[in-house]
Write a protein of this length. Sequence first.
Length: 222
Amino acid sequence: MEKKINAFTLALTSIVCLSPIILGLAVYNDLPENIAMQWSFDGSPNWFAPKAVAVFGMPAFFAVLNFFIMMLINSDSRRKNISAKMITFVQWLVPVIALVIVPVILFMNMGIKLPIILIAFTLLGVMFIFIGNYLPKCKQNYLVGFRFSWTLNDSENWNKTHRIGGYFLMLGGVIFIILAFLPFENHISLILFFSTMALILTVPILYSYSLYKKSSTQKEVL
């Protein structure tokens, strides 16, 4: 069944995106004027911004991003080809990220030590496993998946590409969860992280393109 985002869902997800403002106001006076917004793999902050950016700007940014994603879902003429669970995942992805990221940033700047690498990579791993599981169940659409001209115009290419892509996404998710519990100060963890990301992105693309070239060659012969 085609799932369309209604006004209630848009309003609810927007409220969730903006809800961290309540926490920000409660701890506003306890925050430094310039707070860390980003941390490197070794846990040291490498980007600072005025605290108003974290308290008001970040939730507003997530709310705007959420709005555009909702509009993209509704404007996809092939929306009915997307798994209903995948649609639900996409529409709640940004609100959940907002609920996690903003409080973590606020608490970290209040001196509360949080395992930010553990949190980030566990969430990333769970997300990849979920997407990898449901991506092969999505038919051709303009919202999620490996959306190239040759996959959008060839259902067999699309299905095979997303089957392979799903396997690699789930494998990558498992690796990221394992990496979440390893110290990122060593080079091995960094190499594993970037190598996994490269495999997740490049293998399905190269596989898809090889199917396209093979199909084009067969058509030329005929």
